[in-house]
Design a protein around this ligand. Structure first.
Ligand code: ZN
Ligand code: ZN
Ligand code: ZN
Length: 157
């Protein structure tokens, strides 16, 4: 963290939390479809606990603090937990799970297949099957949810 630059307006407002220097870093901000502005920050484990316990006041706005977790999804093979660079898998379409590029895909939503859920079902035949009729880009994908849940658990040290 650079100390010479003027403090980020948001971080400035977080001063009263007695944060350790370098423990919090603004990553990026985005706006949701409902026009809610979100600021994503990277924080240490201790700070995270502190933040999750309180609401933070920024000017007139009361901010809700929540975990923002992103899953690493490879855009070549559509599997999780590695990046394209490290991919040793086959090119797999994130929409229909066939072996072609996303741009070449002609599948309709009815034909979407999620590779990760497909694989899950194959490996867990004695468990309840998850729905695999969605693209692997789907935010509600059960496999994605499972990956995110694992990330969250790992953060709780
Ligand atoms: Zn891959
Ligand atoms: Zn496809
Ligand atoms: Zn899925």
């Amino acid at each position: 963290m650079r100390s010479s630059s003027s403090p980020h307006p948001t971080l400035h407002n977080l001063r009263h939390l007695n944060l350790k220097k370098g423990d919090i870093q603004a990553k990026f901000s985005y706006e949701t479809k409902k026009h809610i502005r979100n600021l994503v920050m990277e924080v240490g484990a201790q700070t995270r606990k502190q933040l999750l316990q309180k609401k933070i006041k920024l000017g007139w706005l009361i901010c809700k603090i929540d975990d923002y977790v992103v899953a690493n999804r490879c855009f070549k093979c559509s599997r999780f937990n590695h990046k394209f660079r490290d991919c040793r898998g086959e090119e797999t379409c994130p929409l229909c799970a066939r072996s072609h590029n996303l741009k070449e895909c002609t599948a309709t939503p009815m034909e979407y297949k999620c590779l990760n859920c497909l694989t899950y079902n194959k490996h867990n035949q004695n468990k309840k099957k998850v729905c695999d009729n969605h693209s692997s880009l789907d935010r509600n994908c059960p496999s994605l949810q499972a990956v995110l849940e694992k990330y969250r658990q790992n953060m709780d040290y």
